[in-house]
Design a protein around this ligand. Structure first.
Ligand code: SAH
Ligand code: SF4
Ligand code: F3S
Length: 470
């Protein structure tokens, strides 16, 4: 046990109680001569995808098989995202539609979890207006799913595991992964940054790091099982380890993982520009197993707005980081997130974002129009720009990035790339470059799962076309 650790860890005894309840849920179904099925619907980011894999792991241990739709499923779990209003509206819409599936299958149990479940306004609305929902659990209570399920099945009572907590770490939960080549590994949970527009710190609690030994053991196991592409996840991976009191930071962890023998690639997201720096980029440059791919969200290119967002870096510092990273890794694939129309942003300030994008030359961007999140400081700020103006800015941003992406993709033509062949799309194979760019190529599906070299012969805004090298 690590004495310096600030983060509470769920004890083995507490976990064993949950596993015992898994056995009782399985027995509940066996005694009825039934084989139950579950349907898990995931919204939002990779962090939620990774959580859903643990939810499926626990459900599987409770004896559930899996369905592709809510219709007819004995359990439906909606793992939700709260990042923008639109994401929440979709969930409420789809949750409403479940009244019909439940009417056709009255035994159906419906649960809501994930980031929306961390907000009292949401859980109050569920309690009042969505009586067909049987239970809600926030991300802090994921490991207690067997207990929740057992209670609801045996008492029929609606149950809410939503107490607000700083959060803990539960190790060793069963995982049912969606893919047998690519794996998510959460290295930490929560966020301490409180960017003024963002709901995540409120719904996912404080930063908690997993012990490096646990992460290394999981990665070794994935490589032994044949996984080829491992993505380390955290809201801000660069602050990994600060709560552990061990003197191990993210660059150290990455370096240790890169030394695991085997033919695989490691990626990670997300890096916060405040905490990313030369030490990390030097480690990335040193190890071929670390993908030369960096998602470094800038959010905007204007210093006044960056300050109002509470991002803790300015344009000059960001550009310096990018310069260093590109110098160390000439083929680096660089992506970012941008918010258009933060409260009070002016057209001139928005143009600073355009000029930054031109200066950096990203491979791709994830672009969002600002969405006020109740309870965050930015939601209280005056927001004079109209929706129409923000839409125009958004379109200008996308047009600029599309032309940059197209140019950058064209530059691949004639080059030779190492790719991981990962699936099919119609008659073609799909593959990813080490930087994560999509390549389509002709070839036999037997190649799926292999690293191969291809020559790039064509491109468009979104993807590349390649020929296999013999
Ligand atoms: N932890 C990551 C990103 C988490 S959310 C980071 O710090 O970069 C993913 C992206 O959603 C953010 O980078 C931001 O661009 C966007 N986002 C977050 N809150 C938003 C809001 N209220 N409105 C619009 N976009 C938002
Ligand atoms: Fe949200 Fe900022 Fe934390 Fe990212 S770093 S999750 S944008 S508060
Ligand atoms: Fe959404 Fe939660 Fe991820 S709010 S973006 S699912 S951390």
């Amino acid at each position: 046990m690590n004495e310096n650790r600030k983060t509470p860890v769920i004890s083995q005894e507490q976990l064993d109680q949950q596993y015992a309840l898994c056995a009782r849920v399985a027995e509940y179904w066996r005694s009825r001569g039934q084989s139950p099925v579950a349907y898990v619907e995931t919204y939002g980011c990779q962090q939620n995808e990774a959580d859903s894999e643990r939810i499926r792991g626990l459900l599987s241990q409770c004896g559930y098989g899996f369905a592709q739709e809510a219709e007819g499923a004995d359990v439906v779990i909606m793992n939700t995202c709260a990042i923008r209003e639109h994401a929440e509206q979709r969930v409420f819409g789809n949750l409403g539609a479940l009244t019909h599936t439940k009417r056709r299958h009255p035994g159906q149990k419906i649960f809501l979890c994930g980031c929306m479940a961390g907000q009292t306004v949401v859980t109050d609305r569920i309690k009042k207006s969505y009586p067909h929902v049987d239970g809600v659990f926030s991300t802090h209570h994921l490991w207690q799913l067997p207990e929740l399920l057992y209670r609801v099945l045996t008492t029929g009572k609606r149950t809410f595991f939503i107490e607000d907590e700083a959060g803990s770490v539960a190790e060793g939960l069963p995982v049912r992964r969606d893919n047998n080549l690519k794996a998510w590994v959460s290295i930490m949970y929560g966020c301490n940054n409180f960017c003024t527009y963002c709901i995540v710190p409120y719904v996912r609690g404080r930063e908690r790091s997993r012990e490096p030994e646990e992460i290394l053991a999981e990665c070794r196991d994935l490589v032994a099982q044949g996984y080829k592409d491992i993505t380390l996840l955290g809201q801000n991976v660069n602050s990994y380890g600060k709560d552990l009191g061990k003197g191990v930071d993210f660059a150290d962890l990455l370096e240790q993982i890169a030394q695991i023998p085997g033919d695989f690639l490691i990626r990670f997201m997300t890096s916060h520009p405040r905490d990313a720096g030369p030490k990390l980029f030097d480690v990335m440059a040193k190890y071929p197993r670390i993908a030369k791919q960096l998602h470094l969200p800038v959010q905007c290119g204007n210093d006044r707005v960056l300050k109002a967002m509470n991002r803790h870096y300015d344009r000059a510092k960001y550009l310096e980081l990018v310069r260093y990273a590109k110098e160390k890794m000439p083929g680096l694939v660089l992506t970012s997130d941008i918010i258009v129309g933060f409260p009070g942003e002016t057209e001139q300030e928005f143009e600073d974002t355009l000029s930054l994008i031109e200066e950096v030359g990203y491979d791709a961007l994830f672009t969002f129009i600002y969405s006020p999140r109740p309870g965050t400081p930015a939601a209280e700020l005056p927001d004079p720009a109209t929706k129409a103006e923000k839409n125009t800015w958004f379109d200008r941003l996308c047009a600029l990035q599309n032309s940059i992406s197209e140019k950058r993709h064209k530059a691949y033509i004639g080059t030779n790339c190492r790719v991981l062949i990962d699936g099919t799309d119609g008659d073609l194979l799909t593959a990813r470059t080490e930087g994560g760019r999509l390549v389509r190529l002709a070839g036999s599906p037997d190649l799926i799962g292999q690293f191969r070299h291809v020559t790039i012969t064509g491109s468009n805004t979104w993807s590349l076309i390649g020929d296999l090298n013999e």
